[in-house]
Design a protein around this ligand. Structure first.
Ligand SMILES: [Zn+2]
Length: 595
């Protein structure tokens, strides 16, 4: 039989094919690897199996074993190739390094690790050895292994905990540069909302409004365009056209205060360091007024002067005699020196320019010489957007027994947007982490076996950072009767947890807090739970004020990045994430979400 078939043309064709295959297959496999590893994590419904198993070194090794095996077969057919084995091995390692490098550079929400390279190398060596020993017989085996390693739906989750890798992907997706800080420039908050709609749809949650969307508008001050600041000490200023200056980086060395006005164009001005002698004696005050009058004389092509002072000094201004205060008011543009930059949003724009700058930046050394001045060149595009259309998202899992009784889980998805063209606020902890926890709870209750007795509503608020605007709007225009909400659990800042968590309103609803602590103690979810009184610091507040019992849960410890450019996914330990999930689920279950 074998003899008979061997003479048939197809077999000859197959032999030719088998000879020609290794080259193209190597390239194809390399291409598949590139596509799978470099697709942004958020667009992958599931991480490729080999990345999914990346703690399992074998998966990494397997992928590179296939690559090296195929490349080895290809090399065998090229007798003129010198040192084929070393060549293939070096090629595979270089390719592995390229992938890790690209993953790192593109900030895809995937982690680049040198240990991966080690596994790649071991796998490649193994594949190469096999190719050398087994020759072309290896081809079907490689293809089989390749198919095994290709992405496919992960097995249905059997545990009751959150899917931590998926939560990490949610956070990475929301904090990615292409979300532009989920604010009001470059459509950031719209992109975040679109991503979240698709997640709610994937989970099979029922919309509580058309397309899950409750639209509303707000006014908001933004910094969408140029943002440049150069500062030079006084000694070199004005007289020399090319004085040495330092450029400060927007978002890192300085930020615009929320309500700051901008400049129409590049604005050179004198930066005047407040003379603190004004706080100590009358002659100091006289000198200060004298200096300010001189400053306000029209300068050569200079804009209005800028007052430089520290935050505590600014507070002390109110203690100065009224006439001194009035003189100071004649220079409304200010740079306030602070130990940490904390950005925020405003719904109005003031007529004055106001920057906050890190007091550690050497350029502000002029502060050592009170009353001294420097030259300051600012370009700042500030745009107050009127009636900007944004949205809340609302979804529901209908209760099986009491569908008209509601438990609410809420989290805001918006953040601070951008500070100039080049800087965005990732908002990983605030509040991609809370959104990730909300989605994990939604995934839990959306599963048929966890169908709750009463309805569970999931609210994703917009415009929290601009002053709880989305949650206020919801309370004014509720999509479920507020009186039928048994409890609301607001999640904001859930990315840490080394020191446990705080429960705002824990002192208001003492019985509910006692239940929470009992659950926490029984199941060892979080190291500590601390109760706080009322606080208007997140979206639970408008509900609380409207009489809806509500807790606001946030984790403590770990990363201290807050409203700054360092609030990145990599900074989050998620130490309390699974604990907070268990606690929230058990608490909701007790309140009626159990089936
Ligand atoms: Zn927040």
């Amino acid at each position: 039989m074998t003899f008979f078939f061997a003479r048939l043309p197809p077999f000859a064709a197959m032999k030719t094919l088998a000879r020609r295959l290794p080259g193209p297959l190597t390239l194809l496999w390399a291409a598949v690897m590139l596509v799978l590893t470099l697709t942004p994590a958020q667009e992958m419904p599931r991480t490729p199996a080999w990345k999914f198993l990346s703690f399992d070194t074998a998966a990494h090794a397997g992928v590179f074993a296939v690559l090296a095996g195929l490349a080895g077969l290809w090399a065998r057919q090229r007798p003129r190739l010198r040192y084929p084995a070393s060549l293939v091995l070096a090629g595979c390692l270089a390719f592995g390094a390229l992938i890790e490098g690209l993953q790192y550079a593109m900030q895809l929400g995937r982690h680049a690790e040198w240990t991966d390279l080690l596994s790649d190398g071991i796998g490649a060596a193994l594949g190469l050895a096999l190719a050398t020993v087994a020759g072309r017989r290896l081809l079907p085996a490689s293809l089989g292994l390749a198919l095994l390693l290709l992405p496919r739906p992960a097995p249905a989750q059997t545990t009751t905990g959150p899917d931590l890798p998926r939560a990490r992907r949610t956070i990475a997706a929301l904090a990615a540069p292409k979300m532009h800080g989920r604010g009001y420039v470059q459509q950031g908050e719209h992109l975040a909302a679109a991503y979240l709609r698709s997640r709610l749809r994937q989970l099979g949650l029922q919309p509580l409004a058309p397309d899950y969307t409750q639209p509303f508008t707000l006014d908001v001050n933004t910094f969408p365009g140029k943002m440049e600041l150069q500062v030079a000490p006084v000694s070199t200023a004005i007289t020399q056209p090319f004085w040495p200056s330092r450029s400060l980086r927007a978002g890192i060395d300085f930020i615009a205060a929320p309500a700051s006005a901008g400049t129409v164009k590049r604005m050179p001005a004198i930066a005047f360091r407040l003379d603190t002698l004004a706080f100590t004696n009358a002659s100091g005050q006289q000198a200060l007024q004298q200096q300010i009058r001189q400053l306000n004389l029209p300068g050569q092509g200079l804009g209005p002067p800028v007052l430089v002072l520290t935050a505590p000094e600014e507070k002390r201004l109110a203690t100065l005699p009224l006439r001194v205060q009035q003189t100071l008011d004649s220079i409304p543009n200010r740079v306030v020196l602070v130990p940490k930059l904390t950005a925020s949003l405003s719904t109005t724009q003031s007529p004055a320019i106001r920057l906050e700058a890190l007091d550690t930046a050497a350029v502000w050394r002029l502060r050592a010489h009170n009353g001294s001045a420097g030259l300051f060149i600012l370009t700042l595009d500030a745009q107050l957007r009127h009636n900007y259309l944004t949205q809340n998202l609302a979804a529901i899992v209908r209760g099986s027994a009491q569908p008209d009784s509601f438990l609410v889980v809420s989290a805001h998805y918006d953040h601070l947007g951008m500070m100039g063209k080049g800087t965005y606020f990732p908002g990983a902890n605030d509040n991609a982490s809370g959104v990730a926890l909300l989605l994990e709870l939604a995934a839990h209750y959306a599963r048929p076996e966890n169908r709750p007795a009463c309805s569970v509503v999931f609210l994703l608020f917009g415009a929290e950072e601009a002053g709880l605007i989305g949650s206020n709007y919801f309370v004014q225009h509720p999509l479920v009767p507020l009186a039928r909400i048994k409890f609301l659990l607001n999640l904001d800042l859930l990315g840490t947890g080394e020191e446990g968590a705080t429960v705002v309103n824990g002192r208001v609803h003492e019985a509910a807090f006692a239940r929470l602590t009992a659950l926490n103690a029984a199941r060892h979810y979080l190291p500590r739970l601390t109760a706080r009184g009322r606080a208007a610091n997140s979206d639970h507040f408008p509900f609380s004020e409207a009489g809806v019992p509500a807790f606001f849960l946030y984790t403590r410890g770990g990363s201290q990045a807050y409203h700054d450019v360092r609030d990145q996914p990599a900074a989050l330990s998620l130490a309390g994430f699974a604990g907070a999930f268990g606690l929230a689920r058990d608490f909701l279950d007790e309140l009626g979400a159990a089936r």
